[in-house]
Write a protein that binds this ligand. Structure first.
Ligand SMILES: Cc1cc2nc3c(=O)[nH]c(=O)nc-3n(C[C@H](O)[C@H](O)[C@H](O)COP(=O)(O)O)c2cc1C
Length: 358
């Protein structure tokens, strides 16, 4: 069985280790969602990850609702992401872009329009906006006629990602955002071909993934899911049936890898009492399977040794330790992350975490 320090191939890309960086929104772009030079420094510092998955990056104005998060719909985004990917590649790294449509989580104060979702539902709680926290508003159900346009937005963003030098794209289908809102029966009450049966609720995930594959190739297309339990009020009555079925569809499409965020009952970024669906997905999906949430070195090695995963993504540990693979290899103590600077602007708590000197 492999170790975290063994290389792994995804498509034609050789990843030198299986210690990957999880997608992390950090809010260091401009108000127009253009990447900044600070972001190039941050990602290049973390180039020793087997693979970096970028922060969630808006595919369109409609899908973007996080202050100062990156976007990928216009030429200015492409030009500035190119500076980031060049810096990562120059430092010897590899980076996929996580493609994001937030659906009902987008607050209208950002772009002045009502958010879209599978159905007319409202997320619980309040949104991060430029004016502070504001309660979510009710989404309008996406019209059937709009689906080709939505898929087109994903295609444009994926093409832009490759033009910007990314090594591939990851469809963000996790954490209660748009694709997840379609997947689960708690937020999808549609009665058309995109709602009702599991097959119908998987349809948007399948069609978007197919479109991404047609645009950038299966070897450069990945997907992230968060199967066990509620995310931002999005939940399903039968996760153990839904998610293995989704994984089976993705398996048939031959995607580059599937990443699962599954916190446990003592999770420190989300918690869930529901069992992880990963063991069922491992049976349904024969490609590269990547696990996430609260992993340390020992738990990551154990997951690989048990054949439960092919790689692990580390979120907050990579946030605070730019040289995480080196620290793991040498048994060097880890810096801890400071939640106060997770989403703050500026360099503090972003590019200021030190690498170890040995
Ligand atoms: C500051 C922060 C930002 C995050 N942003 C994203 C994101 O953009 N996309 C995503 O899929 N998950 C995001 N997550 C979730 C992480 O990818 C990961 O699932 C979570 O941190 C648990 O992994 P860890 O225990 O290794 O940190 C974020 C988490 C944190 C702490």
């Amino acid at each position: 069985m492999p170790s975290l320090f063994d290389p792994i191939k995804i498509g034609t890309l050789r990843c030198p280790n299986r210690i990957w960086m999880a997608p992390l929104t950090r809010g260091r772009g401009t108000r127009d969602h253009v990447p900044t030079d600070l972001m190039a420094t941050y990602y290049a510092q973390r180039a020793s990850a087997g693979l970096i998955i970028s922060e969630a990056t808006g595919i369109s104005v409609e899908g973007s609702g996080w202050p100062y998060a990156g976007g990928l719909w216009g030429p200015e985004h492409v030009a500035h992401w190119k500076i980031v990917t060049d810096a990562v590649h120059a430092a010897g790294g590899r980076i996929f872009a996580q493609l994001w449509h937030m659906g009902r989580i987008v607050h209208p104060s950002l772009h002045g329009v009502q958010p879209i979702s599978a159905s007319a539902t409202t997320a619980p709680g309040s949104a991060h906006t430029y004016e502070g926290k504001q309660p979510y508003v009710e989404a309008r159900p996406l019209d059937l006629k709009e689906i080709p346009r939505l898929i087109g937005d994903y295609v444009t963003a994926a093409r832009n990602a490759i033009d910007a030098g990314f090594d591939g794209v990851q469809l963000h289908a996790a954490n209660g955002y748009l694709i997840d809102q379609f997947l689960r029966d708690g937020s999808n009450h549609r009665t058309d071909a995109y709602g009702g049966s599991i097959e119908n609720r998987i349809r948007l995930l399948r069609e978007v993934t197919e479109a991404l594959i047609a645009t950038v190739g299966a070897e450069r297309t990945a997907v992230r899911l968060s199967p066990n339990g509620d995310s931002q009020g999005v939940d399903d009555s039968d996760q153990a049936a839904l998610f293995p079925a989704a994984a089976q569809v993705l398996n048939a499409l031959g995607i580059a890898f599937l990443e699962l965020r599954e916190p446990g009952p003592n999770g420190t970024f989300g918690k869930s009492d529901r069992p992880a669906v990963a063991p069922l997905i491992r049976k349904a999906f024969s490609g590269v399977l990547v696990l996430n949430s609260d992993y340390d070195l020992a738990r990551g090695q154990a997951a690989l040794a048990a054949g439960a995963a092919d790689a692990i993504t580390y979120g907050r540990k990579f946030l605070a330790n730019p040289d995480l693979p080196h620290r793991f290899a040498e048994g060097i103590a880890l810096n801890s992350d400071d939640p106060k600077t997770w989403y703050s602007q500026g360099p503090e708590g972003y590019i200021t975490y030190p690498s170890a000197s040995i």
